[in-house]
Design a protein around this ligand. Structure first.
Ligand code: TYM
Length: 334
């Protein structure tokens, strides 16, 4: 008998252009997983409302993100690609899980503390319970593998805790999910100044987007932070240099990376040359994706069809899980 494929779920917020952190931390794995597993990928528009309450740009952002995901290699015929708000079952599961989530653990979540610091005037309940909604996204399909970047690790641990609590209290419904990456470790792509992770809210000059044109890619990479080079052989790389090497390992040929690694270790590296090479390799990588995205984005009919088909498939799986949840809880009175 053929072995049942593991269920995969991941999500991304429609809050800005897709950047290389999203791409290399998550989406490239999503694309790779499509045939091996049973994959659900969700545009989490409800999550974006926790920080972006203004909905006037939302439609554009959702369509754009959908095009970016397909342009990056997701194939709506080989995975279920859908929008969170098309699946109200997620909201119902979120409600049940909220009763199993405690104020103390939610307040301690790193992303919550960051958001409170960044925006002290909008500490809403949705922000506090963000990891619970994320758990509902994952558990609604009984997913086990969650391909995400390093920054999401804590949320997936919380999901496991909520699932365990549910199973313990009401009966075994949920498998316990874990953060997944093909390599040994979850990925963290640094911003080009090495000051933190590449992110949508970072200074845009330190973030590379799939939407950046060739000139912009060159400009950003050539301005990336470097220094005068190591002064002793085999030094430890500073954060910002390590970040450039990480990008190079992803988009350049192995012998190119080796050459610059050797130059670094022998203290003969010329960062100008390295950045020039990286920029050209990055352009080769990004520009075909960018072209695909711009064609897709304009094809309104196709995009609408993808969204509708995704919604139907996602709802059918979500309904089945929700029924198991309600049966386990005994929410049936007549
Ligand atoms: P979001 O929208 O911030 O990012 C989407 C994915 O991109 C990864 N990522 C990175 N990976 C490596 N280096 C970086 N600099 C970097 N920046 C972003 C993120 O780890 C993520 O995998 N809470 C989630 C969205 C979400 C979700 C879910 C994810 C909602 N429900 C259920 C998984 C499962 C978020 O804000 O991702």
């Amino acid at each position: 008998m053929e072995k049942k494929k593991d269920i995969v779920l991941s999500g991304i917020r429609p809050t800005g252009f897709v950047h290389l952190g999203n791409y290399f931390g998550a989406i490239s794995n999503w694309a790779r997983m499509q045939d091996e597993f049973n994959c659900y990928y969700c545009l989490v528009d409800w999550h974006s409302l926790t920080t972006h309450p203004d909905t006037r740009e939302l439609k554009r952002s959702v369509v754009r993100l959908m095009a970016e995901l397909i342009g990056s290699g997701l194939d709506p015929k080989r995975c279920v690609l859908y929008i969170q708000s098309d699946v109200p079952e997620i909201a119902e599961l979120y409600l049940y899980l909220n009763m199993l989530a405690y104020q103390g653990e939610l307040e301690k979540t790193a992303t919550f503390k960051d958001k409170v610091r960044q925006n002290p005037n909008n500490i809403n309940a949705g922000l506090l319970t963000y990891p619970v909604l994320q758990s509902a996204d994952i558990l609604i399909h009984q997913a086990v593998k969650v391909p995400v970047g390093k920054d999401q690790e804590q949320h997936i641990e919380m999901t496991r805790n909520f699932a365990e609590r549910f199973n313990h209290r009401y009966g075994n419904v949920f498998p316990l999910p874990y953060a997944f990456n093909y390599g040994d470790e979850l990925i963290k792509i640094m911003s080009l100044d090495g000051s933190g992770k590449m992110s949508k809210s970072e200074n845009q000059m330190n973030t590379l987007y799939l939407a950046d044109d060739d000139e912009m890619i060159r400009k950003k990479i050539m301005k990336a932070k470097t220094d005068s080079g190591p002064s002793s052989p085999n030094s430890v790389k500073p954060n910002y240099i390590d970040g450039l090497f990480t990008l190079m390992k992803i988009v350049s040929a192995p012998d190119t990376v080796d050459k610059f690694e050797t130059d670094f270790n022998h203290c003969t590296i010329r960062y100008g040359d390295m950045k020039k090479q990286l920029a050209e390799d990055m352009i080769k990588f990004v520009s075909p994706i960018r072209e695909k995205i711009s064609v897709l984005e304009k094809d309104e009919k196709y995009m609408a069809m993808v969204m509708e088909e995704g919604a139907t498939k996602a709802r059918s799986s979500a309904k089945a899980t929700l029924q198991l949840v309600k049966d386990a809880m005994g929410l049936k009175y007549y």
